[in-house]
Write a protein that binds this ligand. Structure first.
Ligand SMILES: [Zn+2]
Ligand SMILES: [Zn+2]
Length: 111
C-alpha cells in the first residue's frame, strides 16, 4: 500500500525545460512581476510572488526567499534556483545571472 510521505526532499532547483510549458510560462511571469515589484520597492509583494513561484514549481523554498533564473550566455541553461547562490555579471550594461553549475563550468566575468 502506498503511503504519502515527505521522505524525499524537494529539489532545490529545477530546469525550466523540465516543466510543463504552461507552468514554465507562469513561472517566468511571476519572476518578472517580482522583479518589477522589487524595482518599485514593493518588497512584500515581491516576496509573495517569489513564494508563489516556489510553490508553483514544487521546489524547496530557498533560504533567501527569492528565486532567480540562470540567464548564462555560455549555454542554454534554464535553471531556476535560490537567488542567494546567483553569480551575476554584466555584459554591455545588461546584468546576467549564472547558476552555480555554470559558474563552475564556464564562469563569465563582467566586461
Ligand atoms: Zn546555469
Ligand atoms: Zn551556462
Amino acid at each position: 500500500m502506498a503511503v504519502m510521505t515527505h521522505a524525499h526532499p524537494l529539489p532545490t532547483e529545477i530546469h525550466l525545460h523540465h516543466l510543463n510549458p504552461r507552468v514554465a510560462d507562469q513561472l517566468v511571469e511571476l519572476l518578472e512581476d517580482a522583479d518589477e515589484q522589487a524595482a518599485q520597492h514593493n518588497l512584500t509583494a515581491a516576496a509573495l510572488l517569489h513564494a508563489q513561484a516556489t510553490q508553483l514549481i514544487g521546489i524547496r523554498p530557498p533560504a533567501s526567499g527569492e528565486l532567480t533564473r540562470c540567464t548564462c550566455e555560455g549555454c542554454y541553461c534554464t535553471t531556476v534556483f535560490d537567488a542567494a547562490a546567483a553569480r551575476c555579471y554584466t555584459s554591455l550594461g545588461i546584468e546576467f545571472v549564472q547558476c552555480e553549475t555554470c559558474a563552475d563550468e564556464h564562469r563569465i566575468y563582467s566586461d
